[in-house]
Design a protein around this ligand. Structure first.
Ligand code: DX5
Ligand code: ZN
Length: 208
């Protein structure tokens, strides 16, 4: 599986969003756009109108931490999302919502929070382009990696050898090798990259 590194843009300087993203772009396979609704998660971030202002060649991977995400899927597709992730815990009807993402022309991904068993998504796994195993409780950057979620990564990799498995939360040069060893191939990293002095070096250190 190809290893992909996707910086989370949660911690960028939104006052100079496109300039900051241009600095990250050479080191990014995708940009991970954290969308939080202040309801499914306590934090509140950006919506589709801000995503529509992003000017980049890097594919936008929108992680919707939104309750009842079906209401916003088309908005994010129109705003330029290449892939859209919805949470299994936040969707009322998971399979129809996955279909809606595909119909909108985006790659479809479903996320599970650390406490959510993989059984919750077993029916939709065959429909997905990517699955996201959260390694922190969604809502904030800068939290510590929860190693227990790696068992879910291992299970999914064993049953879906070709599926992109994304992991998000607390990824750094110590936790990335654990995630890769378990079978994850798409690493989201927020604070580790953005707080580093050299984005290129930080990204390279995640691939070792
Ligand atoms: C957490 C977000 C993450 C976050 C990762 O709810 O989904 O994408 O930005 O940040 P770090 O890498 O700092 O844990
Ligand atoms: Zn995220």
């Amino acid at each position: 599986m190809q290893l992909k590194i996707t910086p989370s843009i949660l911690g960028i300087d939104y006052g100079r969003m496109n300039e900051h993203l241009a600095e990250l772009a050479p080191h990014s396979d995708m940009f991970h756009v954290d969308v939080m609704d202040g309801n499914f998660v306590p934090n509140l971030t950006i919506g589709a109108p801000v995503v529509a202002c992003i000017k980049t060649e890097v594919p936008l991977d929108c992680h919707l931490m939104i309750r009842n995400p079906h209401r916003y899927i088309e908005d994010f597709a129109k705003a330029g999302a290449a892939s859209i992730t919805i949470h299994a815990e936040a969707s009322l009807h998971l399979a129809p919502d996955v279909e809606k993402i595909k119909k909108a022309g985006c790659k479809a991904c479903v996320a599970i929070s650390p406490d959510t068993p993989v059984e919750k998504i077993s029916a939709v796994l065959p429909m997905l382009d990517m699955v996201l195993v959260m390694s922190v409780v969604p809502g904030f950057g800068g939290q510590a990696f929860i190693p227990e979620v790696l068992d879910k990564v291992r299970w999914i990799r064993e049953h879906y050898p070709e599926l992109d498995i994304q992991i998000d939360g607390g990824i750094n040069d110590k936790t990335a090798p654990l995630a890769i060893e378990a079978g994850a191939n798409v690493l989201v990293a927020g604070s580790y990259i953005l707080k580093s002095e050299d984005y290129g070096k930080a990204v390279e250190s995640l691939k070792k």
